[in-house]
Design a protein around this ligand. Structure first.
Ligand code: NAD
Ligand code: MG
Length: 413
């Protein structure tokens, strides 16, 4: 009885004040994840008081008007615009607010190094790598939405993390789910970790239809509202491939313990099968504000404005094996995970270039895996491991250049 009473008291009067006092920096605040993060903070302020989750810094690449509106509302100490040409516009927009203004790539990296408790890394692409490493180096808690930086830098990122006091809380929904049902220390007791994939908008399309798919069709994801690049990655299933590599590095899971299952409803986010035959799953409505709130409050829980799970309304949960022939990007990513070395770095860089070329209507949808495969085939030294950040950045730059020329070759056909 005594123990039960104490337990109840604990539940009734949770002291969330240390969690709510955390200072948050958001890198990429104007994107889909950035806006959702501010939504979670806004909701926390409504629930717990206006001082909840103070904002240290906000950064964006080019959207001055949204960044300025966010800065006016959330009153960070600093707002940074990546594109230097936009410095004066942001400065004028924030005059009289007391918000410090800066611009340029170095300023984005410096924002990550400012003394906040949590850095939400919501920049798109491998451009997040150096800002993320700046947050890691100073021992921040890094809420990591971006997956490309781990795929690109693999062991270099891993070693930087091991050498610092930083903690990474994964925000990508599947990895956040794995983080919730599996302790890294239990890796030997785990038989298999399965990531779920919605299958994207072309799940049931024939190759003939996919060949002429437009950017508008590719970004119209059935379950999630996301930035353009990750939406295309979800349509090619490269997103799931990048996520397998992300899970491989984040949780030190060998490739043979990782798998993918297509689950169109996006309710189950991961399945962890243990040696004794138990399988633990994580379920939630498909709403990124759930993993974001989890990452901001970890190891506690705060209220979030996300849609809540209503299983009778969902009705059915279905699962099917992925089709590696229609979704070649997934097969390429699996292969790169097994090869290791610089293969994931090259895969990611080539994919970023190919997706942009597709969004610019220079190449077709099915050219994306072809560009990635050709770039991998034509890259010397893909199996060599980069020992330093400079090595990763050089391989990334070389692969981008090569992928650009492959795209031009394909566009000319
Ligand atoms: P987005 O395109 O909507 O937003 C990207 C943000 O990064 C913007 O604020 C933009 O200004 C900034 N940015 C872009 N290029 C930059 C650069 N070179 N330097 C500095 N800042 C730059 O993207 P998103 O959908 O929010 O995704 C962000 C990251 O989170 C991606 O890595 C994505 O894979 C990952 N992620 C997103 C979702 C989602 O639901 N959107 C889910 C899981 C993981
Ligand atoms: Mg995901």
């Amino acid at each position: 009885m005594m123990a039960l009473a104490a337990h109840r008291r604990h539940i009734e009067m949770p002291d969330l004040s240390p969690v709510l006092a955390r200072r948050v920096t958001i890198l990429g605040s104007t994107g889909s994840i950035g806006v959702s993060t501010l939504d979670v903070i806004d909701h926390a302020r409504e629930c717990y008081g206006a001082n909840a989750l103070p904002v240290e810094a906000l950064t964006a690449q080019s959207n001055v008007s949204v960044l300025a509106a966010q800065a006016r509302k959330f009153k960070p100490k600093m707002a940074v615009i990546g594109d230097e040409k936009l410095y004066h516009e942001l400065k004028a927009n924030l005059s009289g607010t007391g918000v410090e203004v800066a611009a340029g790539r170095a300023a984005v990296i410096a924002a990550a190094a400012r003394p906040s408790d949590i850095v939400m890394v919501a920049i798109m692409g491998a451009a997040a790598l150096e800002p993320a490493l700046a947050a890691v180096a100073r021992g921040a808690t890094v809420a990591l939405a971006n997956k490309e930086c781990i795929v690109a830098a693999g062991m270099v990122f891993h070693r930087a993390l091991a050498a610092s006091k930083a903690a990474v809380i994964p925000v990508d929904s599947e990895h956040n789910a794995i983080f919730q049902v599996f302790r890294a220390a239990d890796v030997d007791e785990v038989d298999r970790v399965t990531l779920t994939a919605s299958g994207g908008p072309f799940r049931d399309w024939t190759l003939d239809r996919m060949r002429v798919a437009t950017p508008e069709q590719a970004v119209a994801h059935p379950n999630w509202s996301m930035g353009a690049k990750i939406s295309v990655d979800s349509a090619t299933l490269m997103n799931k491939g990048l996520e397998l590599i992300e899970a491989h590095f984040l949780f030190a899971l060998p490739p043979e313990k990782l798998g993918v299952v297509v689950h169109p409803q996006s309710i189950v986010h991961c399945l962890v099968a243990y040696a004794d035959g138990s399988t633990l799953a994580h379920l939630s409505a498909p709403d990124m504000r759930t993993p974001i709130a989890h990452a901001l409050a970890w190891p506690r829980r705060i209220s979030s404005p996300s849609r809540k799970l209503d299983l009778p309304q969902v009705g059915q949960l279905t699962f099917q094996a992925p089709d590696y022939e229609r979704f070649r990007c997934l097969a390429l990513a699996l292969d790169c995970m097994r090869r290791g070395g610089l293969a994931p770095t090259i895969l990611n860089a080539a994919n970023e270039i190919a997706v942009q070329a597709f969004l610019n209507r220079q190449i077709g949808f099915l050219d994306i895996p072809s560009v990635v495969e050709t770039t991998l085939d034509e890259s010397p030294g893909a199996n060599v491991e980069a020992q330093s950040l400079e090595g990763v950045l050089a391989a990334d730059a070389r692969a981008r250049e090569l992928a650009g020329s492959v795209c031009r070759r394909m566009a000319a056909k």
